[in-house]
Ligand binder design. Structure first.
Ligand SMILES: Cc1ncc(COP(=O)(O)O)c(C=O)c1O
Length: 380
């Protein structure tokens, strides 16, 4: 079948293309010419700059946010026999690392308004075996951390979406035992792959420092004090992240303009609503997620995604509930059903968003969504 293209849609609009400029290209060339490819001066500089940006005592650069989450759990002593409470509305890595640590993931439901973990449900799930809580700041909206901190358990924050986020006046990255950021290709600071973990705790930083490399160097000698992983960040990638970090505000301003265009368009659409952003917080504007109520919007999320794809517009889903994915269903049959998360998994759709997109691109997405909504509501 030929894709249906409207007269104005001449090119495909990607979901989250990276915003790479001449600065990033020059930085990579310089690193390649330096003769030092793996972890070295650029990774150390990124750690220093990010620690200043976030305002944390320690920042460690790692190969991914997944590695940062995994090593943070290990640094806190999470292991076999322990339970870790997390949200199902996340990328599966958040739960996978709990399994990698040998512990049992326990999923709490989310709140309908922002799809972040529900602190009341977390409180009800805490038991003798609970060792840590892993909240996720979905789309860039901080999870409600105060009631989670009040439970007296260490938090490992999954801040893959939340690089710029501030929770009630406190910068995300300075609040709990460990906060993990992602430098994946689509993220607000993108290196292709990579992760950063921030902590004010010397013991956590020291443990992650030992765990991220096979061995600990000590002058000409080396030693193994713990059998380390191989999760360091190479300088080639750190040299992409450095100019990206320098542009963090410029890129956030472009995404803010895109959010405003979407807000205006979606406001007119019955049955399509963006996730709620709490005015008390700074939202990192990482994803523009709408919920599509099939009854009121005339068709399901999947139909909307297909119609937009036919018009040359890429979308994505953040997220399918992890506890309903095959491996988790099979291995944790005792996990209770989570109605809010399961409903959200059917309804969420993320629209294109990137500083690499022009306002015209986003205006075209918004106009197309309005047109598709009109068509599907009429057909229903
Ligand atoms: C919420 C969330 N957590 C964790 C990750 C994993 O990040 P990484 O790809 O850097 O390991 C992602 C990646 O997309 C994510 O969206």
């Amino acid at each position: 079948m030929q894709p249906r293209l409207s007269p104005s849609s001449t090119s495909r609009i990607g979901f989250q293309p990276p915003a790479i400029g001449e600065e990033e290209i020059a930085a990579v060339v310089e690193t390649l010419r330096s003769g030092w490819l793996t972890t070295g001066p650029r990774a150390a500089e990124l750690e220093r700059r990010f620690a200043e940006y976030v305002g944390a005592r320690h920042v460690l650069a790692l190969s991914s946010c997944t590695a940062a989450l995994h090593l943070s759990l290990l640094a806190l002593g999470v292991g076999p026999g322990d339970e870790v409470i997390t949200t199902p509305i996340t990328w599966p890595a958040t739960a996978n690392v709990i399994v990698h640590a040998g512990a049992t993931p326990v999923f709490a439901d989310v709140r309908a308004r922002d799809l972040n973990i529900d602190p009341d449900h977390v409180a009800a799930l805490v038991g003798e075996r609970t060792k840590a809580i892993v909240p996720v700041h979905l789309a860039g909206q901080p999870a409600d951390l105060d009631p989670l901190l009040a439970l007296g358990l260490p938090l490992v924050e999954d801040a893959a979406h939340a690089l710029e986020s501030v929770y009630r006046g406190r910068k995300v990255g300075t609040i709990s035992a460990a906060t993990c950021f992602s430098l994946y290709a689509t993220k607000n600071v993108a290196a292709g792959e990579g992760g950063l973990v921030s902590t004010d705790r010397d013991d956590v930083a020291d443990a992650i420092g030992s765990l991220r490399l096979t061995r600990r160097a000590d002058g000409a000698r080396y030693d193994v004090t713990t059998p380390g992983h191989k999760t360091n960040l190479p300088d080639v990638l750190a040299s992409i992240a450095l100019p990206q970090l320098a542009k963090v505000e410029l890129h956030a301003a472009r995404r803010a303009a895109q959010f405003a265009l979407y807000d205006e368009a979606v406001d007119q659409l019955d049955g399509i609503e963006p996730l709620v952003r709490d005015p008390r917080d700074v939202h990192a504007l990482h994803l523009y997620v709408v919920r599509i109520d099939a009854e009121r919007a005339g068709a399901s999320r999947d139909v909307y995604a297909r119609e937009l794809a036919d018009e040359g517009i890429a979308t994505s889903v953040h997220f399918l509930p992890v506890h309903r994915l095959t491996w988790y269903r099979e291995h944790f049959p005792e996990q209770e059903r989570l109605p809010e998360a399961e409903r959200a998994g059917e309804e969420v759709l993320s629209l294109p968003l990137s500083p690499a997109h022009s306002e015209d691109d986003i205006a075209r997405v918004a106009e197309t969504l309005v047109r598709v909504h009109g068509r599907l509501r009429t057909a229903a």
